[in-house]
Design a protein around this ligand. Structure first.
Ligand code: BGC
Length: 753
């Protein structure tokens, strides 16, 4: 198909029309030229495809589909292959349902535990989010169906979501809020990108040329088309010019007419409209030319796949020897989520699951009884319900409480107000734990909660929102048919106010200032040496593992070279299992403020008891670099870096050191206001100061080299400090060499070469 030739046959009106949706879910056809329309649908963890009777708000029931675990869960798998398999299954279902693009993955950073959509997002860590996202995209797109990575960019709150401005400095955007998109574009080339509702530093993402064109296409090489989030368009003409190709959903022709008028008035170059059409049609035909509606969709098989994925995601947070349970013991499952699990979140990702399997159903055949404990919908527990639960707990060997957040507590559209579990559930857990020391808690929630009862229960299994087959996975893990292997993709802080965005989250009016900068999640908690409830990367197993023998390929590299780090991981327990080997890099000596450690590699490893395996990571410049806003580029500062390997951000088992040398000289310009400390740190400039340095040093600290007494040493230190912080212009007043304005000017010329 010659797309350019096709577009050249279109009228301006047809082209402008193609740049917005036909309705809620379709691109426009151009019947005159035989161009069909293509359907897109949510996404991301299964299909929310509305049938032909779709209402204009897109909220009516969708077709029966398979609800896979949400991203909060799948990120905890730290398993790229697993994400790929899930993507493939979703890709097949799209082919079956004649969908050209599935709207996801959603990769925004979990800046605060409060974000209402955290359940759909992967992580507080950009590298992990990017790797999981790229694996998912590659999986879906291997089936010739597109993805729409969303929401680009800095869309980390729901509060005022269509007007708020995410105000972050350049370095914070580049290091924290962009990389998940960047990694996905570079590694998986998503067919489409969905821009976010919010503004970024004042400019709507939907009309932000820096975001949609300079960075996305110019720097990262994105080749597909950009679509708007549903209703994210403010100024359509500015959007087209900025690189927003497709407006979704339909604007009833109003915005199309604005595009036509802008071209006619000369405000908008028609070539830009052509380009948008070409991009949209390229992608549409990539799907149409490869459409395979005969692809079978075995929902039963996907239900089982969903159970297997959930099993790889759940995180065992605590286990005082009570798990796995014994299949002959009398066990009581307490809590409505045991019978009616909360397995997905609310909003556009909500799936009409064709079936769900609860833990109660999955435990059939085992000596398990069930009591309700609380009502999730009414968010209450009567005294009778609690008394019944206590009674049942007393009679059983083990009590397993299925608890978590009811639907209303977290959803697309609004943020949480606190991090607490429902009071009735906390009360229930305390009461049950008081009645039976063998109490286990299984949690169904999309983001972290406080656990006031943690010290009173023997085990906690974090199931997250585990998809429609969550009960199968929970029971297999509880009884040891499977071994827990999920690790947290986010920190669980002790309390909400520990979170770095706590003071500013949500913003004032429409201004949401990302004042914590790059110190998001563990980057902050580690720097502050703060206790956390559960650290990033943490997860227990029914066996134990140890990392040892870290080998680095060199002690010194340049920023053009790569470093390989190899570590041995051993299953030191008595069961087969999987762990997540995590590699963190930290800049030991840096003039910029940097986190203690940042995740730069991970590998999920399966080992038999006693088995060992070597895991190798390759680190390039990016693993060591920070974003330098002065040169608008990644930069490595010459110096020592730590390489740490372990099984969580707070469980570093082996570490080493490498010196990385920069091959990039940062441009420097000295002025009369430059201070001595900075000049002296630059060897060339220090040399240019020549004898002037020695004489000014002598003036400020005459005894610096030969202090006889402690008092003299102190005053020499003081003198040197005064000098270090003095601007060069101070030479005129303080130098014994009688420096004039002219000599200062000559000096600056020499310094600046
Ligand atoms: C959401 C998107 C979603 C779209 C279509 C929007 O409200 O933010 O994530 O893909 O609706 O349902």
């Amino acid at each position: 198909m010659d797309i350019k030739a096709l577009v050249s046959q279109m009228t301006l009106e047809e082209k402008a029309g193609l740049c917005s949706g036909l309705d809620f879910w379709h691109t426009k056809p151009v019947e005159r030229l035989g161009v069909p329309s293509v359907m897109v649908s949510d996404g991301p963890h299964g299909l929310r495809k509305q049938d032909e009777k779709a209402d204009h708000l897109g909220v009516n029931d969708s077709i029966k589909a398979v609800c896979m675990p949400a991203a909060c869960a799948t990120a905890s798998s730290f398993d790229r292959d697993l994400m790929g398999r899930m993507g493939q299954a979703i890709g097949d279902s799209c082919q079956h349902e004649k969908l050209g693009v599935v709207l996801g993955p959603a990769v925004n950073i979990k800046r605060s535990p409060l974000c209402g959509r955290n359940f759909e997002y992967f992580s507080e860590d950009p590298y992990l989010a990017g790797e999981m996202s790229a694996a998912y995209i590659n999986g879906v797109q291997s089936k010739n169906v597109g993805t729409s990575i969303k929401h680009f960019a800095a869309n980390s709150q729901e509060h005022r979501r269509m007007s708020s401005s995410s105000n972050a400095d350049e370095r914070t955007l580049r290091e924290i809020y962009f990389p998940a998109f960047e990694i996905s574009v570079r590694k998986a080339q998503p067919w489409t990108v969905m821009c976010s509702y919010n503004r970024v530093n004042g400019v709507y993402a939907s009309e932000n040329p820096w975001l949609l064109t300079d960075v996305l296409r110019g720097e990262w090489g994105f080749k597909g088309y950009v679509m708007s989030d549903w209703g994210a368009v403010s100024d359509r003409v500015a959007g087209v010019a900025a690189g927003l190709d497709l407006e979704m959903p339909s604007s009833g022709g109003i915005n199309d007419r604005k595009i036509v008028a802008a071209v006619k008035s000369g405000e908008l170059d028609e070539k830009i409209v052509d380009q948008a059409c070409e991009r949209i049609l390229e992608i549409n035909y990539r799907y149409l030319d490869n459409a395979r509606p005969e692809t079978p969709w075995d929902q039963e098989a996907d239900h089982q796949l969903s159970a297997r994925i959930a099993e790889e995601c759940m995180v065992l947070l605590k286990n005082d020897g009570i798990l796995p349970l014994n299949k002959t013991d009398e066990v009581v499952f307490i809590g409505e989520f045991a019978a009616k699990p909360r397995f997905q979140g609310g909003g556009s990702s909500h799936i009409n699951a064709f079936r769900t399997t609860s833990a109660v159903e999955a435990a059939q055949g085992l000596p398990v009884t069930y009591v309700q404990g609380y009502s999730a919908a009414r968010d209450m527990a009567t005294d009778e319900m609690i008394a019944e639960a206590v009674q049942a707990a007393k009679a059983a060997k083990v009590a397993v409480v299925f608890a978590g957040l009811p639907d209303a507590y977290e959803s697309e559209g609004y943020d949480r107000a606190h991090m607490a579990m429902p009071a009735c559930q906390n009360r229930l857990i305390e009461a049950v734990a008081g009645a039976n020391p063998n109490t286990v808690v299984v949690l169904h929630n999309g983001s972290p909660v406080e656990m006031p009862w943690l010290g009173k229960v023997k085990a906690v299994l974090e199931a997250y929102l585990g998809g429609q087959a969550v009960g199968i996975a929970a029971v297999r893990l509880l009884y040891g048919d499977a071994n827990p292997c999920g690790h947290l993709a986010e920190t669980f802080p002790v309390k909400l106010s520990d979170n770095p965005s706590y003071l500013y989250y949500g913003g004032e009016g429409n201004e949401a200032d990302y004042r914590e900068g790059v110190f998001v999640g563990y980057r902050y908690y580690d720097k502050k040496e703060m206790p956390v409830l559960f650290p990033f990367g943490f997860g227990l197993s029914y066996t134990t593992f140890a990392c040892s023998n870290l080998r680095l390929s060199g002690a010194k590299i340049t920023d053009q070279e790569t470093l390989t780090a190899t570590v041995t991981v051993t299953n030191t327990g008595s069961r087969a299992g999987k762990t997540v080997v995590q590699l963190y890099v930290g800049d030991r000596e840096s003039t910029v403020l940097r986190p203690i450690r940042e995740l730069k590699g991970f590998e999920k490893v399966e080992l038999q008891p006693g088995e060992s395996r070597d895991v190798t990571f390759t680190l390039d410049k990016r693993a060591f670099a920070y974003w330098n806003a002065a040169i608008h580029d990644w930069h490595v500062e010459t110096g020592a870096f730590t390489i740490e390997v372990g099984q969580s951000s707070r469980d570093i088992e082996v570490s080493g050191e490498v010196t990385v040398e920069s091959t990039v000289a940062l441009p420097r310009r000295y002025t009369a206001d430059s201070i001595f400390m900075d000049v002296m740190a630059d060897p060339k400039a220090k040399e240019a100061l020549g004898p002037m340095l020695a004489s000014i040093q002598k003036a400020f600290a005459p005894n610096a080299d030969a202090s006889d007494t402690a008092q003299e040493a102190i005053s020499a230190d003081m003198g040197l400090a005064m000098m270090r912080y003095m601007p060069l212009r101070g030479l005129v007043s303080f130098s014994p060499d009688k420096v004039t304005d002219d000599t200062l000017k000559q000096l600056l010329d020499a310094l600046n070469g």
